[in-house]
Write a protein that binds this ligand. Structure first.
Ligand SMILES: *Cc1c(COP(=O)(O)O)cnc(C)c1O
Length: 356
């Protein structure tokens, strides 16, 4: 019988949640709300929806494998050249390409735990070894991460803000870490929630594109832009990195509809502003309610809140029966996405019942 590679056998496959309709049928509930995946509760930009509709007639053609127009606009907005940009089928794919380009069997990657699970999966998929360092005050311990580098280390992953805790790393600690890392190690800075951050002390990863040739910044259209279902994200790095990654990238890795929608979403400043405002208002409301219930939580710079609990599975299951879908994060915490005002209200009402 065909056998997988030894290092593939040990990977825990990602377990997808059931479709909402299926859950409702099984539990005999309806009108449930999904606050589990940090999606934009407002929905996509109306401009993106228009762009999607108008691209249907072209789907007999292969997509533009170079992402010409999307890169053009990104390049202007970010003040980088077009060859310092790479598009991916979600930033998830770019994580995967980066790992396959720079790591192999036996190499090490440094990452935090808990953090985004895809780093671990991507590293394990090439037989790499993940060195996982615990968070410090719910944030990446950048000093400890830099100190964990060995001659075998190829990549260091930083989610800023971190998922699932929503905490950022600040300028001075980021600068200190960059000072300790040699140029033969790739620093992957995953900024999936970049557009939600309000703290002025947020580390500026872009400034390292000037002097350094070992940083890859990842952003996505899945979160504030509301296009998670289309799968598109982008990376920013120097040519020395992207030229190598482009050898591995599938020629048509991002599809026509996603490229067009992303371009329209990028330009719709109104939708972005409204999404930020909705998130800020939701955050304020949830903080107030959680405080009044004496529930401790981790203040967030993203669009979700990390709440330590006694027993995450039971909280998750009770909320589910009340029609609220959140994410248990290990045995002792849950993560809830900030929703629309009435979704937040329903979450709080359900939480009151679930913990009483
Ligand atoms: C949601 C998320 C992403 C985005 O993944 P896509 O593949 O772009 O949908 C990347 N990193 C983190 C930390 C995330 O939470």
């Amino acid at each position: 019988m065909i056998q997988p590679l030894e290092y593939v056998r040990i990977i825990q496959p990602y377990v997808p949640g059931k479709p909402i309709e299926e859950l409702e049928r099984e539990l005999g509930i309806k009108d449930s709300i999904k606050l589990a995946s940090n999606e934009n509760p407002i929905g996509p930009s109306p401009e993106a929806i228009k762009a999607v509709s108008s691209s249907f007639a072209d789907i007999n053609r292969y997509p533009d494998g170079g992402g010409y127009y999307l890169k053009q606009v990104l390049s202007e907005m970010l003040s980088v050249s077009e060859d310092e940009l790479i598009l991916g089928n979600g930033s998830n794919e770019l994580l995967d390409i980066a790992v396959r380009t720079f790591m192999t069997d036996g190499d090490e990657a440094v990452m935090a735990t808990p953090s985004f699970v895809v780093y671990l999966m991507a590293v394990q998929a090439v037989g790499g070894k993940a060195i996982q360092l615990p968070l410090k005050n719910f944030a990446h311990d950048l000093d400890a991460m830099a100190d964990a580098i060995t001659p075998k280390t190829r990549i260091i992953f930083i989610a800023n803000p971190n998922n699932p805790t929503g905490i950022i790393n600040k300028k001075n600690e980021f600068d200190r870490m960059m000072g300790k890392i040699s140029d033969d190690i790739l620093v992957v800075v995953d900024e999936a929630y970049y557009e939600y951050v309000t703290d002025p002390d947020y580390a500026d990863s872009m400034k390292y594109l000037k002097g350094r040739r070992n940083i890859l910044i990842l952003r996505t259209f899945s979160k504030i832009y509301g296009l998670a279902g289309l799968r598109i994200g982008y990376g920013i790095a120097k040519k020395n990195i992207l030229n190598e990654m482009n050898r591995i990238r599938e020629p048509f890795n991002t599809n026509t509809i996603a490229q067009k929608a992303a371009l329209a979403a990028l330009k719709d400043r109104n939708h972005i502003k409204k999404s930020q405002e909705t998130n800020e208002a939701g955050k304020k409301y949830l903080y107030k309610e959680l405080n009044s219930m004496s529930i401790t939580f981790v203040p967030t710079e993203a669009n979700f809140i990390y709440i330590p609990v006694e027993d995450s599975k039971s909280v998750y299951e009770r909320l589910l029966r009340l029609g609220i879908i959140i994410r248990p994060m290990g045995p002792k915490a849950v993560r809830v996405t900030i929703g629309l005002p009435d979704e937040n209200k329903r979450f709080i009402e359900a939480l009151k019942k679930a913990i009483s």
